[in-house]
Design a protein. Structure first.
Lengths: 155, 397
C-alpha cells in the first residue's frame, strides 16, 4: 500500500496496480521520492524499475536503527539517465539474520556495494559470487558501521 | 586481503601482483593480474588500504564539524566534497544560501575541477612516459592551490564552505588573482595539447585502449568523464543543476570513441569549459552577504560578537552544542571531476549526523576497470588506470 500523496507518481501507482504487495509505503520529502519495498518482493521491484529505465545504480547503503527492529534499512539509490530522474528504494532487514538477495543480475554495479555492506554492516547477500570483506582486513572482527560498535575505545 | 588465487598446476597463466606500492596505481591500489604471456586474462582490484572510517567518524561529530572530514575523502577535490555535504545539510534544513555564496561556490568548484584535472593530466602522462607535462601541469596547479590558500588559509584541506554559506568573504586580492589566472590558463591548455594530442607515442598508447561500451559502463556504475567519453551526454551540472549552475552558459564535452584517448580529450575540453564558467562567475558575481540569515545555524561575524549580546550567545550555542537538523534523509549528488559524487545524509533531529554515506565516483569507476583491461596487454593497464582518474582516499574512505 502506498500513501495517497504518491498516487500521482506513475512509477509508484503503476507498480501498485500490477502487484499491490510489492510496495509497503513511501514518501515524497524534500523533493526526493522514496519507495518502501517489502522484503519478499525486493528482486521483483528492482527488476521492474530497471525495466522502467532506472539503469544506473548509484549506490546501495544502509542505516542501522538499533535497537529498533527490523534493524537495518537498506537503501538503493537509482538514477534514470535518459530522464534525469533519481529514485530511492528502501527495504527493512531484521538484525537476527540480516540477509537480502544480491542485485548483481539486475545491476552489475551492485557487486562492490554489497561487499561493502557485508563488510561494514554484516548484511549477507544471497547469490553474491564473491562476498568477502572489501575495506577491512579479512580477519577483522565486527562490523564498524553498526550502532553498537563503538567509535573509540575498546570493543 | 591475504588471499591471492593461484592458477591450477599446469596452467599457462601466471599471477602478478601490481601494487599497492606500484607507482602507476596513484596511491595504494592493488591489482591481482592473471597473465597469459603479456595479456591480462583476469584483473581483480583489491582496495581498502586507505580505509579510515570517515563515515563512522562523522556520526560522532557535529553537523558543522563533519565538514572537515569531507575534505579528507578526496584530496584532489576537497571543495567539491565540501559543497556536496553542505548542500545535503542545507536541503535537510530547507536553507538557501545567498546568491553571492552560491556563485563563489561555483567559481571555487570549477577551480577545483581544474586542479584535479591538472593532477590527473600530469600523472597520467608521466605514467605513459611524458614527463614534461607533469612539470607544466603542477606549475599551474600551484597557482590554484595558492588561490585556495588565499581564501581558506589551506592549500588542500580547505573546509571553506559552511552550512548556509561560506566561512568568510574572500580577501580583496582573490578576484584579481583569479582574473589573472584565467587570462593565461587557456594558452597553457594549448601547451599541454601541443605536447600530447598529436604525439604519435601518446596516440599509440591511448587510442583504442581500454574501451568500454555505454551500456556496460552504466551497468557497472561508471559516471563522469569516462561515461561522457563513450557518448552519454550526462552531466549533473546541466541535468540536475545545483548551486546556481543553471545560470551559467557552458557546454558538456562528449566523445563517442570510449577509449583512453577520448577520456583525455573530454577532460581537456572540460578544462576549457571550466575556465569559461570561472570567467562568467567573475563577471556576474552578485554583491551581498556570503551567509544566509539564520543566526542559529551560521556563526556570527567576529566583529558583531564584540558588541552584540545575541551574537555572543548564538556563537556559544553553535560551538558548544551545535545546531539541530530536522529528521529526514537526503541524497545530494554533484558532478565532481571524477563523476557523480553524492552524500546520503540521515538526520534523527539531533546535533550530529545519524548517518553520512559517501558515494565516491572513484569507487564505482574502479569497479569497471576489469572490464576495460581484460584481454588487453599489461602495459595498457597503466594507461587505463590513469584514464579513469581514481583517488584512493575516495575509493576507500
Amino acid at each position: 500500500m502506498i500513501p495517497d500523496e504518491l498516487r500521482n507518481f506513475p512509477e509508484a501507482s503503476q507498480l501498485e496496480e500490477q502487484d499491490p504487495s510489492v510496495l509497503a509505503g513511501g514518501q515524497f520529502d524534500r523533493g526526493e521520492l522514496t519507495l518502501e519495498v517489502s522484503r519478499a518482493k525486493l528482486e521483483a521491484a528492482c527488476r521492474w524499475f530497471r525495466g522502467r529505465g532506472y539503469n544506473l545504480l548509484s549506490s546501495i547503503t544502509a542505516t542501522d536503527l538499533h535497537p529498533i527492529e527490523p534493524r537495518f534499512r537498506v537503501v538503493y539509490h537509482l538514477y534514470a539517465i535518459a530522464e534525469h530522474k533519481p529514485l530511492r528504494l528502501a527495504v527493512r532487514v531484521g538484525g537476527a539474520d540480516p540477509r537480502l538477495e544480491s542485485m548483481i543480475p539486475v545491476w552489475p554495479a551492485a557487486n562492490w556495494y554489497e561487499r561493502e555492506l557485508f563488510d561494514l554492516f554484516g548484511i549477507r547477500f544471497d547469490g553474491h559470487p564473491n562476498l568477502k570483506r572489501i575495506m577491512l582486513p579479512d580477519d577483522w572482527e565486527g562490523h564498524p558501521l553498526r550502532k553498537d560498535y563503538p567509535t573509540e575505545g575498546i570493543r | 586481503m591475504a588471499s591471492v588465487s593461484t592458477p591450477p598446476p599446469g596452467a599457462k597463466t601466471m599471477v602478478l601482483n601490481m601494487g599497492p606500492q606500484h607507482p602507476s596505481t596513484h596511491g595504494v591500489l592493488r591489482l591481482v593480474l592473471e597473465l597469459d604471456g603479456e595479456t591480462v586474462v583476469r584483473c581483480e582490484p583489491h582496495i581498502g588500504y586507505l580505509h579510515t572510517g570517515i563515515e563512522k567518524t562523522a556520526e560522532a561529530k557535529g553537523w558543522w564539524q563533519a565538514i572537515t572530514l569531507t575534505d579528507r575523502i578526496d584530496y584532489l577535490c576537497p571543495l567539491t566534497n565540501n559543497l556536496c555535504y553542505v548542500l545535503a545539510v542545507e536541503k535537510l534544513l530547507g536553507l538557501e544560501p545567498p546568491p553571492r555564496a552560491q556563485w563563489l561556490r561555483v567559481l571555487l568548484n570549477e577551480l577545483t575541477r581544474l586542479n584535479s584535472h591538472l593532477v590527473w593530466l600530469g600523472t597520467h602522462a608521466m605514467d605513459l612516459g611524458a614527463f614534461t607535462v607533469l612539470l607544466y601541469a603542477f606549475r599551474e596547479r600551484e597557482d590554484i592551490l595558492n588561490m585556495f590558500e588565499t581564501v581558506s588559509g589551506q592549500r588542500m584541506m580547505t573546509s571553506y564552505f559552511r552550512v548556509g554559506g561560506l566561512a568568510l568573504e574572500p580577501p580583496l586580492d582573490f578576484f584579481g588573482r583569479v582574473r589573472k589566472f584565467i587570462s593565461y590558463f587557456p594558452s597553457k591548455i594549448d601547451d599541454y595539447e601541443a605536447l600530447l594530442t598529436k604525439n604519435r607515442i601518446w596516440i599509440g598508447r591511448t587510442k583504442g585502449v581500454g574501451y568500454i561500451s555505454a551500456d556496460d559502463g552504466i551497468a557497472l556504475g561508471l559516471t563522469g568523464p569516462c561515461l561522457r567519453a563513450v557518448g552519454v551526454d550526462w552531466d549533473l551540472r546541466k541535468t540536475n543543476p545545483y548551486s546556481s549552475y543553471d545560470k551559467f552558459d557552458f557546454k558538456v564535452p562528449v566523445r563517442t570513441e570510449g577509449d583512453v584517448y577520448a577520456r583525455y580529450l573530454v577532460r581537456m575540453d572540460e578544462m576549457r569549459e571550466s575556465t569559461k564558467i570561472i570567467a562568467q562567475a567573475l563577471e556576474g558575481m552578485p554583491e551581498g552577504p556570503v551567509n544566509a540569515d539564520a543566526p542559529h545555524i551560521v556563526l556570527p561575524e567576529r566583529e558583531r560578537m564584540k558588541t552584540e549580546m545575541e551574537a555572543l550567545i548564538y556563537h556559544f550555542k553553535i560551538v558548544t552544542e551545535g545546531f539541530r537538523v530536522p529528521p529526514g534523509e537526503v541524497y545530494q549528488a554533484v558532478e565532481s571531476p571524477r563523476g557523480q559524487s553524492a552524500y546520503y545524509v540521515v538526520s534523527d533531529g539531533t546535533t550530529h549526523p545519524f548517518r553520512m554515506y559517501v558515494r565516491a565516483p572513484s569507487f564505482a569507476n574502479l569497479q569497471a576497470l576489469p572490464k576495460m583491461v581484460e584481454g588487453r596487454l599489461i602495459a595498457d593497464v597503466v594507461a587505463v588506470v590513469g584514464s579513469i582518474d581514481i583517488v584512493l582516499g575516495e575509493v576507500d574512505r
